[in-house]
Ligand binder design. Structure first.
Ligand SMILES: [Mg+2]
Length: 104
């Protein structure tokens, strides 16, 4: 399944379950994505199974794609993924990792 298909599936789920679905709900959806990241981190820290960790990471993807549906509906996320991947590939080795050379 590609990102655009996932986005449509998530939209159907949101509508079916009566979840937040308005532009003003975007901050809540982004907050929930962070919450799910925290759950993934906690699961990893506690030595939970890969399946449990993966499920939390999928929750993050759900919220990210759901947010994209409301914030940038004209953008094809599959195309954007490819575009951003190519952009990142062109960056220098350890781009943005300047903090590594700083002493603590
Ligand atoms: Mg979760």
């Amino acid at each position: 399944m590609h990102l655009e298909e996932m986005k449509k599936e998530i939209e159907m789920l949101v509508l079916e379950k009566g979840f937040y679905n308005k532009p003003e709900d975007v901050p809540k959806k982004l907050l929930f994505a962070f919450v799910e990241l925290g759950e993934a981190s906690d699961a990893w820290k506690k030595g939970k199974t890969e399946e449990v960790i993966a499920e939390e990471l999928i929750d993050v993807i759900f919220y990210v794609l759901d947010t994209s549906r409301l914030t940038c509906p004209s953008i094809n996320m599959d195309e954007m993924f490819q575009k951003k991947l190519e952009k990142n590939k062109k960056r220098a080795y350890q781009y943005g990792e300047g903090h590594r050379s700083k002493s603590m």
